[in-house]
Design a protein around this ligand. Structure first.
Ligand code: PLP
Length: 409
């Protein structure tokens, strides 16, 4: 990433705190990092700084504050202490030098790629992407035709990179596991190829979360998240975060401050609260998911089950996660019947919450794609995507079994 003129120096995490966090396990980092003692009251939990401006006690302090905003309080589009908590937590969880929080996952993705890409650049992207990301990239190249995208099947990405890239190529963007088919990419191999070529690797880690997978430790340059999902974990906010090297984060923060896609302090408070329990939730959700995958794989009404538990997924993820996709015999009519028969799975267009949920990918996350594009990605009209929550696993299993029995009949 270029250091453009006028950019601010990196405002990275306190080095000592970062070193201490690196020695801790994920669950500990999720609870402990980003919390600072703030006199005179020193609340144990950072409160919502529900304010747009912050006060300065002198004209001199005002000038100094605007000379170098310190991310802890200035004007909330530029810096807010509650927002800073989630940035520090994510940086600690992903093992990054710094992080920048945004108003949504799409704001984080567009803010990151919008900072990275310049006229004439080429970006290699995995063919399987969240529909919103694919739609934003299509909009970008329509608006800026000198930017070129090269879409590559996830399985071919490493080989494509190993054949070399030209000097226009700035980076590679991918998700693993993917939405909705849960395909995985060999992160260590792709990251090694990127490092050899001197291009950046950006990984959307929304589905795995840093609890199960840490792309930066495998060699990726940036990690982006829809924090709306597992990091928040309660389906009550929208947020996004990017984490990576301090110099690059300073550039992205500058883009964000200029464009104004800042995270609201109240959403940040809810997000910090959610992040403290992310390890517990994701572990429980993964256990529940593995149990339901067993049922789906045995069931006569199911023609295909998608879940990342093959050897490669196991190498880079500590568990398969809480997303499961499957197809039932009988296509779309049977899929609709199944959705209507489920009692414990909320029909909703999101994922990653404490409640189990279900959608048809073709009409929600991938609605923006054309039918031909969906078919090329293997997303049939009847593909069902489950997001497994923290309810008792046996209750979820019984509910899915009764709904499947109605489809099989
Ligand atoms: N990345 C992935 C993998 C997603 O599933 C989503 C949303 O579903 C996004 C990014 C976009 O996040 P948001 O809805 O918070 O903008």
């Amino acid at each position: 990433m270029n250091n453009r003129e006028g950019s601010r120096p990196p405002e990275s995490l306190d080095a000592e705190a970062a070193e201490a966090a690196a020695a801790q396990n994920t669950a500990t980092r999720a609870v402990r990092s980003g919390e600072h003692q703030v006199p005179p009251h020193s609340p144990a939990v950072t409160p919502v700084y529900q304010t747009a401006p912050f006060m300065f006690d002198s004209a001199e302090a005002l000038v100094a504050g605007f000379e170098r905003p310190d991310q802890r309080g200035l004007y909330s589009r530029l810096a807010n202490p509650t927002v800073r908590v989630v940035e520090e937590k994510l940086a600690a969880l992903e093992g990054a030098e710094d992080a920048v929080a945004f108003a949504s996952g799409m704001a984080a993705i567009s803010g990151t790629l919008g900072t990275l890409l310049e006229a004439g650049d080429r970006l290699l992207t995995a063919a399987d992407l969240y529909g919103g990301t694919a739609a934003w990239l299509a909009w970008l190249v329509e608006r800026h035709p000198s930017i070129e995208l090269e879409s590559i099947a996830l399985d071919d990405l490493a080989e494509r990179l190993e054949r070399g890239v030209d000097e226009r190529t700035r980076g590679v963007y991918l998700e693993t596991p993917t939405n909705p088919l849960l395909r995985c990419c060999d992160l260590a191999r792709v990251a090694a190829a990127c490092q050899r070529l001197g291009v950046v690797l950006i990984v959307d880690n929304t589905f795995a979360t840093p609890v199960l997978q840490r792309p930066l430790t495998l060699g990726a340059t940036y990690v982006v998240h829809s924090a709306t999902k597992y990091l928040g974990g309660h389906s009550d906010l929208t947020a996004g975060i990017v984490a990576g090297p301090a110099t690059a984060m300073a550039e992205i923060r500058r883009t964000q401050r200029l464009g104004g896609a800042c995270l609201d302090p109240h959403a940040a408070f809810l997000l910090a609260r959610g992040m403290r329990t992310v390890a517990l939730r994701v572990e429980r959700q993964s256990e529940n998911a593995a149990r339901l995958v067993g049922l789906l794989r045995r069931h006569e009404a199911v023609v295909a089950t998608y879940y990342p538990d093959d050897a490669m997924a196991r190498r880079q993820m500590s568990a398969g996660g809480a997303m499961v996709a499957f197809e039932v015999r009988g296509g779309l009519p049977a899929a609709n019947r199944l959705l209507d028969s489920l009692r414990l799975f909320t029909i909703m267009a999101s994922l990653g919450g404490v409640e189990s949920s279900v959608v048809l990918a073709a009409v929600t996350s991938h609605k923006n794609l054309t039918p031909a594009e969906r078919e090329a990605q293997g997303i049939g009209d009847g593909l069902i995507r489950l997001s497994i929550g923290i309810e008792e696993g046996s209750d979820l299993e019984a509910d899915l079994a009764q709904a499947l029995s109605r489809v099989a009949g």
